[in-house]
Design a protein around this ligand. Structure first.
Ligand SMILES: O=c1[nH]c(=O)c2[nH]c(=O)[nH]c2[nH]1
Length: 295
């Protein structure tokens, strides 16, 4: 006899833009985000008995996202996610969990003739700030993070001493290019309720800035023995800087840049110390993951 073992539903890819206009200065601040809101609860009969009386339509969920974006601040996204999720639980007694995912897209203020422009912005990369919040009647779990922050260093990375056997062709290297798309997530200690999220709400922007700076700094200055060793250092430093964070995870593709032997053409030297022209390799790529928790 089959039974429904898990179910959640809602609206995905809800695009939201919000502008704040400072009436005194005329300076605008804009936020663009993509929201996914899914709910769980006593909704089993909608699947098993075609009973729509328990269904808050996904269209209504989408409308709610726009209404709450108007009513509440959308910054920091962690707060908006928690308040939006709490609304679904407060409004509908039969719902037990709201899962709110928010991706914040970059709109960086233009600098024109050396001055920050009051209402013009540009997309400086595909990097996003991400939040994933699970709001239940028992408490609120929030994960914050960075995705698709593409970085490269042209030296200061090595990879040697790895297993060598009959499957190995990779030469050891003491100097290589290192590049990745940073995907980092830090999980906050569980909040008991919305009031705890709201109290000390500045923690979210502060930790986002700190974590992003740590990613840049460790990536740049670490004399990297491997992607594994470098990402572990990033985790350690983020945990040290953010006492309210319980664990930090990274997922990093190792985007390979291969040397090209050009000696077939007039004996050109383009390998080892002479390497200047490389082939950025589309794939396959390494994929290295870790999660570091506070002990
Ligand atoms: O930093 C690295 N870690 C690996 O596990 C690995 N494997 C590989 O082929 N190159 C690399 N580089």
């Amino acid at each position: 006899m089959p039974s429904l073992s898990a179910a959640r539903y809602g609206k995905d890819n809800v695009r939201v833009y919000k502008v704040h206009r400072d009436e005194k200065t005329g300076v605008h601040t804009v936020t663009e985000m993509t929201v996914c809101a899914l709910v769980e609860g006593d909704i089993e009969t909608s699947y098993t008995k075609a009973d729509n009386s328990v269904v808050v339509a996904t269209d209504s969920i989408k409308n709610t996202i726009y209404i709450k974006a108007k009513e509440f601040p959308v910054n920091p996204p962690e707060l908006f996610a928690a308040k939006l999720g709490q609304h679904f639980l407060d409004k509908y007694a039969h719902l037990s969990v709201a899962h709110i995912d928010i991706k914040v897209h970059r709109w960086t203020r233009m600098v024109i003739d050396g001055e920050p422009h009051p209402h013009s912005f540009w997309r400086d990369g595909e990097e996003t700030r991400n939040v994933s919040a699970d709001i239940s009647r028992e408490g609120i779990t929030i994960r914050s993070g960075i995705r698709d922050l593409t970085v490269l260093k042209s030296t200061g990375s090595a990879f040697h001493g790895f297993v060598r056997d009959e499957f190995t062709t990779l030469p050891e290297v003491w100097d290589r290019i290192m590049s990745t798309d940073v995907d980092s997530t830090w999980t906050w200690k569980k909040f008991n309720n919305l009031a705890e999220v709201e109290e000390g709400v500045e923690r979210f922007n502060k930790t986002y800035e700190t974590a992003r700076n740590i990613v840049f700094k460790v990536f740049a200055i670490d004399d990297s023995a491997s992607v594994q060793a470098t990402m572990y250092r990033m985790c350690e430093q983020i945990l040290e800087a953010a006492p309210e964070v319980d664990k930090v995870a990274f997922s990093l593709p190792n985007k390979h840049y291969f040397e090209i032997d050009l000696s077939w053409h007039k004996g050109i030297k383009n390998t080892g110390k002479d390497a200047e022209v490389y082939m950025p390799f589309p794939g396959p790529n390494g994929l290295i993951k870790c999660e570091v928790s506070r002990s």
